[in-house]
Each structure stands twice: as structure tokens, then as C-alpha cells.
Ligand binder design. Structure first.
Ligand SMILES: [Zn+2]
Length: 392
């Protein structure tokens, strides 16, 4: 250390670094110990605060004089190339960012938005580069609406580890196409199943990139429940309008009773719902069809499930409820990749903790200037990455 300068008024400590005359410098290309060629102009790095004072390191980066490689800027032990922060400061910022909003961290550490984003981007790049080629067995492809309107992101989740492997713009075939080159051949061959919505652009990408794709694509049962639920709700709305006009209030305020998974009713609620669900109402018929269709996922054997579907499809197409009939026809066309569930037993319902993190990133998305920053934040918070800089 050459000298320390206290700027009390600004609340800053400036530390000027130097080195002994006879220091030898390893060439960053080959590592051989070299003499000094010259120094670059002075640069500075924000370091951990000293008490409450912002602490700034100053140094003129030396260039080694390698016989083979010529003058090269040596690797500095306290910072990564191109960063204006020391490794310890970046590490502290990363730890804070995991626990608090970017706004809070910016205020706490006296950083600008751009500086925060720079630290996050470097952290994510570090984490993605370190992600070892671990086996990936079950993945889920999911779309997330970004802000209001029609901006979408495609997310690929590792269903077993509960982390996000890949984020891309839009929900096109090309969105998912970018994921496959991030895998090794072994990882790609090791994928047993892919949970997803019935979305043709994704199906096309999977078929183009995975061998024997049709035995691996599993349509998510919660998305299927969603389609059936929409059909029930359309029947209820129409019927409610007619009943209400005749002074019959039975369906008013019942929307969520019909959409709820029966497993989530209490005994009392289930008993209270009995008169409605066992009534002759069209809504009750649509609901019974929805629940019967979901029974498909309870079978152990595919042959039994096929038999059940045949019975169900006949019932559904004769129920005289247009919205249910159209879902029934769609499910019939998609049946092979609905039944793959019985082999793989995967859904797109990611772990609670991953969902909570994605929701949190979405919630704080108002502060993002663009989608690149949003993607970075998803990798940062949901990627399960090792992002901390390693000190050399
Ligand atoms: Zn060299």
C-alpha cells in the first residue's frame, strides 16, 4: 500500500496501491514469471466500506513483459477484468440482492441502477459458466406473461432441482429452440420427460430436438384441468343468467366451488356443496364431466385409462353442452401425450419456493427497464446458480 487518503467531508477513504520494484508478474497467457513492462493509467475500484466510509482502491494495473506473449495486463487479485468493484464488494452486493429488493440494495450500498444490473449480469454469467453438466431428467416448459398485455417469456425448469434452466423471449418455436444447445449431448439424451401445455410451437421444437419425443411429451394435468374449468365456467355463466332472470339465485357466487379441486374442500364445505353438485343443473353436469375427466390421471395402467377415456368421451359428446364438447374433442386429439403422464408422473407445478421467487421477480418487474434485465433477474433469483466471485 502506498498511501491512504481520508476525505472526511465526502465520507470516503481512498487507498492507493503500489508494489515493490522487484515484483515478478505472471503472464496471464502462459503463467510464466516476467518482469514489468509498464503500468496502465490509474483505475479505481469500490471496496467494502471502512466503518461507514465508502472505500475506494486506486492502482495502475501493471503489464507483464512475457518473452512469448509480449506486454499483457496482469490479472489483479482483487477484481475481475472490467469491473469497477472489488470481488469482496461484488460478493456482498450479491448476498444483499438475494435478500432484498434492488431498490433497497441500491440505497443501502449507494449504487446506481446500472451498477446493480452490471453486478447481477456478471453474477449470472459466472453462474451459468459454472453450471456443471449435471444430468437433467425431467423438465417443464412454461410460458410466463411479462407485465400486462401480450409479452411472454418461455421458461425451462428443472423439475427435480426446482430451478430455472433457461429463459427466452416470446413463446415461439424459436424461443425454445435456443435451449437445446445449452445442453451437452449426454444431458439431452438423458431427458426422460417434458411437462408442458398443449402448445404447438413448443411441441415442434421438442420433436425437432429430442429423440423419441412423443413418448416424452407430457401435457400438464393442471393445464388440462384449466381447460375443463373454463368450459364449466362458461356453462355456469350462461345458466346463471337464465336462472337469475327467473328469480333463482342458486348459482350466484358459486364460481369457485365449481373450479376448486374437490380435495381442497373441507368436509363441511363439501356437504354444503352437495345440493348443487347433485342437482339437475347443466353446470352440475359440466362439473361432473370435469371431475370424471380428471379421474384419468388416477389410473395405474394406460389400458385402463384408455377405457375410461372412451366411456368419458361418449358421455361428454352427448352432454349437449357445447363448451364441454369442444374440450372433449381437443382432449381426444391430444390423448397420447395426456396418457404419457401415467409413465412419467410429471406436471408443470414447480416447487412452491421456485414459484414464490418467480412471482417476486414478476412483482418487482415494474422497476425493470427492459426484458434483458428481467431475464437476468430470473436467472439470478431462480437459476439455482453459484454466482459468487471466487477470490484468486
Ligand atoms: Zn506468456
Amino acid at each position: 500500500m502506498d498511501r491512504v487518503e481520508l476525505k472526511l467531508e465526502q465520507g470516503e477513504v481512498h487507498i492507493h496501491l503500489g508494489h515493490a520494484e522487484d515484483t515478478r508478474w505472471p503472464c496471464p497467457e502462459c503463467g510464466s514469471e516476467c518482469g514489468l513492462y509498464d503500468h496502465q493509467p490509474e483505475r479505481s475500484w469500490r471496496h467494502l466500506d471502512t466503518c461507514q466510509y465508502q472505500t475506494i482502491l486506486h492502482a495502475e494495473p501493471p503489464r507483464s513483459n512475457c518473452e512469448a506473449h509480449g506486454p499483457r495486463v496482469v490479472k489483479l487479485p482483487w477484481a475481475e477484468a472490467g469491473s469497477r468493484f472489488t470481488l469482496l464488494f461484488e460478493r456482498l452486493t450479491i448476498e444483499w440482492l438475494k435478500a432484498a429488493s434492488r431498490k433497497a440494495v441500491a440505497q443501502l450500498l449507494g449504487l446506481s441502477w446500472d451498477e446493480i444490473h452490471g453486478i447481477m449480469e456478471r453474477a449470472v454469467a459466472r453462474g451459468l459458466a459454472r453450471r456443471r453438466a449435471e444430468p437433467v431428467t425431467y423438465i417443464g416448459v412454461d410460458e410466463k406473461a411479462f407485465r400486462k398485455g401480450h409479452h411472454y417469456l418461455t421458461l425451462v425448469n428443472d423439475l427435480e432441482r426446482g430451478c430455472v434452466l433457461y429463459v427466452a423471449e416470446e413463446r415461439k418455436q424459436s424461443s425454445l429452440d435456443g435451449f437445446w444447445p445449452t445442453l451437452t449431448d449426454e444431458q439431452r439424451d438423458g431427458i426422460q420427460g417434458v411437462a408442458m401445455d398443449m402448445w404447438d410451437p413448443y411441441i415442434a421444437s421438442i420433436r425437432a430436438h429430442l429423440a423419441d419425443a412423443d413418448s416424452k411429451i407430457v401435457f400438464d394435468k393442471f393445464h388440462i384441468a384449466g381447460h375443463l374449468g373454463d368450459a364449466v365456467d362458461r356453462v355456469r355463466r350462461q345458466e346463471n343468467r337464465i336462472l337469475a332472470s327467473e328469480g333463482d339465485p342458486r348459482l350466484i357466487g358459486t364460481k369457485y366451488d365449481w373450479l376448486r379441486n374437490p380435495a381442497n374442500f373441507t368436509r363441511t364445505e363439501w356437504d354444503e356443496f352437495k345440493a348443487l353438485r347433485q342437482s339437475k343443473l347443466k353446470t352440475a353436469r359440466a362439473w361432473a364431466l370435469k371431475e370424471s375427466a380428471m379421474g384419468l390421471f388416477e389410473f395405474l395402467k394406460e389400458s385402463q385409462a384408455r377405457k375410461h377415456f372412451k366411456f368419458w368421451y361418449n358421455w361428454a359428446t352427448h352432454c349437449r353442452l357445447e363448451s364441454v364438447i369442444s374440450v372433449a374433442k381437443m382432449l381426444k386429439g391430444r390423448l397420447p401425450n395426456i396418457l404419457t403422464y401415467l409413465t412419467h408422473r410429471i406436471t408443470n407445478a414447480t416447487s412452491e419456493s421456485l414459484n414464490a421467487k418467480i412471482q417476486w421477480v414478476k412483482y418487482t418487474a415494474r422497476g425493470f427497464r427492459n426484458r434483458v434485465n428481467f431475464k437476468t433477474a430470473i436467472y439470478f433469483h431462480c437459476g439455482g446458480l453459484d454466482m459468487v466471485p471466487s477470490s484468486s
